[in-house]
Ligand binder design. Sequence first.
Ligand SMILES: *Cc1c(COP(=O)(O)O)cnc(C)c1O
Length: 450
Amino acid sequence: MHEFNKEVEALAQEILAYSLERLRDNPPLDGPQTPQELFAKVGNTITEDGLGGHQALKVFTDTLALACISTDHPRYLSFIPSAPSEHSNLFDLVVGSSAVYGGSWLEGAGAVFAENQALRWISDLAGFPQSSGGVFVQGGTIGNLSALVAARMRAREKYPDVVRWVIASSSEAHSSIKSAAEIMDVLVLDVPATDAGVMTGANFEVCADAYLAENPTHRIFAVVATAGTTNLGIIDDLDGVGLAAQQRDIWFHVDGAYGLAALCAPSVRALFNGVERADSFIVDPHKWLFAPFDACALIYRDPTIAKRAHTQHASYLDTLEDPDEWNPSDYAIHLTRRARGLPFWFSLAANGTREYSNSMQQTLDIAQHSAALIRQHPNLELIHEPKLSIVAFKRLGWNAAEYEAWSDKLLADQIGFVVPSSHHGEPILRFAIVNPWTTESDISEILATL
Ligand SMILES: *Cc1c(COP(=O)(O)O)cnc(C)c1O
């Protein structure tokens, strides 16, 4: 039997104590430091003799950790924060100590089974058929890319004579779509959004048909609709775009990295009508489904297409090619994978789906409450009625430098982390509320500084 030596035993206690304290108490926001500042404090940590576990841990807990912003802090409202539940965080410790290989059924059957049940819950919320399936990948960027690669493979099979491949997406789509197109060496057709920022079915049809009339050797192999833009939380016309795509034999992908989490909130479910038409979609549990980094659920209507696109073939992998076994590696751009969906699965299994709906509703309510406070605030102007949990607004009379200075001070004072964004070229502020522990008084405290 393998036993810890004394040093490792002591380290285990220290690490557990640190981890539990981190999870139990709201740690401060903290903030970045320069490489020079960090070097002055810790020097070169990679040495021939090694620092020993105790000392290396101290370097992390006393210095390095304090130079990382706590993304789960209730007043971290920038970008898209993270808000892992207690259960998901605690179970991540189990995943970390379990050496589960999450790429194949042969090696990770139990873990893959659990991940697939969690994916099934999401698929059912989206109205996908029982035959649908997918995999947890690192993030929305890889999820979008993997879905688009599958879409192009299917189109290549059906339309072998196409000269240029094209992805259609809204001008408001996430940057990862352009990045995927760049990697795939395909073109992007920018479909103009309405003034409200929505890609409608009609806009997509007109734009796509006009483009193809002018470029008869090109083919649009996929259209990407966004279900909750990252900046403002705007949801495209999923039903209209999905129908138009179906009529043209174009793969319909829904990027719901942030927004589709709200499928589990009955109060806003209707905003996503049409998602059931998708050929694939993504949602990041690490954003708004209370899971730790890094997990994106990537789901295909017909996973056999994805499997043809993504399975890696090599003599040392032949033994894994049993058609009845679900190998998560086969459904995205990756091979070795951590069973990264397990913390999400555990939390969902432990808390139940009702609790997920309730926590989701809590964040939606706080977003509405924030919007109400902003409407009453003499110096602020709401840009857009929040449909989901992103609240975007302007501070009247401020230029970009004043926004930056306010944001820097807010973090320096450890009140909150809210960075400026922009809308139609003008600086704005936005709160992205994904944390059920963000309270009305957290919001008031930040608004009082404006
Ligand atoms: C965050 C986001 C992505 C990218 O997801 P990552 O997990 O950061 O790679 C893609 N699309 C949308 C709409 C997002 O909000």
